[in-house]
Design a protein around this ligand. Structure first.
Ligand code: FES
Ligand code: FE2
Length: 428
């Protein structure tokens, strides 16, 4: 249970909110690189942390993320023309470059330098891996670029998608560090999903429905570990790293790629779920990539031309009661991504955390909330840089590992949870 004011503190990320300020300390995904696939391609509306922006790629391949609305009389630049190294407003032709600087006001005399005084808010937009990242904070404090392993392996070893989720970011993120729902909600996926099935670890997952949770501090966030019984004298551990503010990795299964998410607030009632898979030492197979595109593993199948899942709240997520009865899908919803998304949206756009009843299996969630709150307040009151800003904190991995019963998971898994280029993941 949380007090209402703490729930508000953690869920509000607009400008001038403590959590909004926290998110603005980091590079965060703004859009997929495929959305701006060539020079002078159509610009894209991007709402992020409750700010409405336009992303575009100019004639010279430079990326920009600028205020959506023209400085003249407030028209959306989405209607504008992306041409000759700038974005021209469709109303009276004012033109802006990727930094938001106005470079032409056609109605003004030739020798007027009026446009030099006009500049829209803008944020850097940088391609790292398959993602265009932005940093919306104080330019003086801009950190080095992200070093998450999934954006630095060769492109053939990774695949990224995204989906729109109609809920606050926090309840979406909390699902990412909550391993105890897997044995229930995703039990069908453990048996059938092409990107999950066949791993020895799945048997432990399905056999032990009462995982014990342990949480260890990490430089950038936490390691949330779920312990289940394995063979005599040993435990099966699934270790989920969280790097602040909202990057999580799912522990691997067998030789399947590692999956993970980046949960990015659009506004307080919607978020983007960036979903990726990567394998540290081999290319993804054509079958694996096709399965991801088809909405298997932790990816969604989206309505063509959009990032809205085909299973969405307007069609009751294509609920299949027969599949639920046959035990193919515990909740009757197809695919792991929308099994999660549907339930998290069902909580309402911002779940009322004053009414929840937490149990010991929720310890990861409790600690993550505490850490977020502490970091937001330390930033607000003391200007303290939060964990996860330093790119060295990004170099973590998830792991699935069987350890002797008497040993501490964190001591024995230090190498397994470090991202080491060219080294295979630790997985059962
Ligand atoms: S409103 Fe954009 S040029 Fe007039
Ligand atoms: Fe899930």
């Amino acid at each position: 249970m949380l007090k209402q004011e703490i729930n508000e503190l953690l869920t509000q990320t607009g400008p001038a909110t403590p959590m909004g300020a926290l998110f603005r300390q980091y590079w965060i995904p703004a859009l997929l690189a495929e959305e701006l696939s060539e020079d002078d391609c159509p610009q894209v509306r991007v709402k992020i942390l409750s700010e409405r922006c336009i992303a575009f790629r100019d004639s010279d391949g430079r990326y920009g993320l600028i205020d959506e609305f023209c400085a003249h009389r407030g028209v959306s630049l989405w209607f504008g023309r992306n041409e000759q190294s700038g974005l021209r407003c469709a109303y009276h032709g004012w033109k802006y470059d990727v930094t938001g600087q106005c470079i032409e006001v056609p109605s003004e005399p030739e020798n007027s330098n009026f446009c030099a005084k006009v500049r829209l808010t803008s944020y850097p937009l940088v391609k790292v891996g398959a993602i265009l990242w932005t940093y919306m904070g104080d330019p003086e404090k801009r950190p080095a670029l992200p070093e998450f392993e999934f954006v630095h392996v060769p492109p053939e070893q990774t695949y990224t998608s995204k989906r729109w989720q109609e809920s606050n970011w926090l309840q979406a993120f909390e699902g990412g560090i909550d391993s105890s729902h897997v044995s229930f909600l995703h039990s069908g996926g453990l048996r059938n999903d092409p990107l999950f099935k066949g791993a020895k670890g799945n048997e432990y997952n399905l056999a032990d429905l009462k995982p014990f949770f342990e949480v260890a501090e990490a430089d950038g966030g936490l390691f949330v570990a779920a312990r289940r019984d394995a063979e005599d004298g040993s435990y099966y551990w699934r270790i989920t790293p969280w790097v602040m503010p909202s990057f999580t990795l799912v522990p691997p299964r067998g030789d399947h790629p590692i999956h993970g998410h980046f949960w990015v607030p659009i506004d307080d009632r919607n978020c983007w779920v960036y979903t990726f898979d990567y394998h540290p030492v081999r290319a993804l197979t054509a079958e694996e990539v096709q399965a991801m595109k088809d909405g298997h593993g932790v990816h969604s199948r989206n309505i063509p031309g959009t990032y809205r899942p085909q299973e969405n709240k307007d069609n009751d997520y294509l609920m299949d009661r027969e599949a639920q009865k046959r035990d193919e899908a515990f909740s009757g919803i197809r695919g792991i991504a929308m099994q999660d998304g549907s339930l998290q949206e069902s909580m309402g756009p911002i779940v009322d955390r004053t009414r929840e009843r937490l149990v010991s299996a929720d310890v990861g969630i409790i600690k993550a909330r505490h850490k977020l709150r502490k970091a937001a307040i330390a930033l607000r009151d003391e200007g303290m840089t939060p964990p996860g800003v330093d790119p060295a904190h990004h170099r973590v991995r998830s792991a699935a590992i069987v350890l002797p019963k008497d040993d501490s998971f964190i001591e024995l898994s230090r190498e397994a949870v470090a991202a080491s280029p060219g080294v295979r993941q630790t997985s059962v």
